[in-house]
Design a protein around this ligand. Sequence first.
Ligand code: ADE
Length: 222
Amino acid sequence: MRIDILTLFPSMFDGFINESIIKRAIQKGCVKINIVDFRNYSHLSNNQVDDTPYGGGGGMVLRIEPLYEAIMDMKKDSPDAKVILLTPDGVPYKQKLAYDLKNEKHLILVCGHYEGFDERIRSLCDMEISIGDYVLTGGELPAMIVSDSIIRLLDGVITDSSLIAESFTDELLDYPTYTKPQEFMGMKVPDILLSGNHSEIKAWREEKRIERTKERRPDLLK
Ligand code: ADE
C-alpha cells in the first residue's frame, strides 16, 4: 500500500515513521509512506498557501490551488487513489472503516490546518474523516491515527493472532490479559488462566469480552 500525507508540517511525522511497528512495516515493504509538504506546490511569493476569508472574519483560510496541484501530482501514476480529508466534520472513524481502507492500493490523506480551509477543497476529496468529536489544531494527528490503524492490519505487519480477538473487530472490547508476577500487591491473576485448560480459557475470555462491553460500551452491543 502507498500512503501520501499532504501536510504543511512534515516534521510532525518524523517519530511516526521512524519508530516501532510502522518503521518495521516500511522496512519490510508492506507500506510506502510519502510525507509531502504541499507548500512546495504554491506559486505565490514566499510559497503562501493561505489567505483571508471572503466575507470577513478573523483567521486565515487554506487556498485550494496548492492542494489541487499536490493531489494531481500524487495521482499521476494512480488516478484511482482515494483522497481523504481529515476534518472534524467528516464521518466518525471506526475500526470497520480501517478494515475497508486496508484494501485500497493508494491513499492520499489531506491535513487541514489554520482556522479553516476553502470549502472547495472538499470537492477534491473522495471522503472526509473525523477521528472524534473534538477539534485539534490540524489534521496531522488524525492522519497518523488513521494510517496507524490501517497499516497494522496489512499483511505481514503484525501476527494474525493478535488481530483476531481485539477490541472492535467484532463489536466487542478485548478480554483482560495478565503476565508475571502471579500476584502483585494482593491482586491475583485469575486461576483459570493458570489452569492450562485451553477450551475453558477461551470460554472465559469470550465471557469477559461480553461482560466488559456491557459494562463500558453498551452502545456497541446493539
Ligand atoms: N482536524 C481537527 N480536528 C479533527 C478531528 N477531530 N478529526 C479529524 N481531523 C481534524
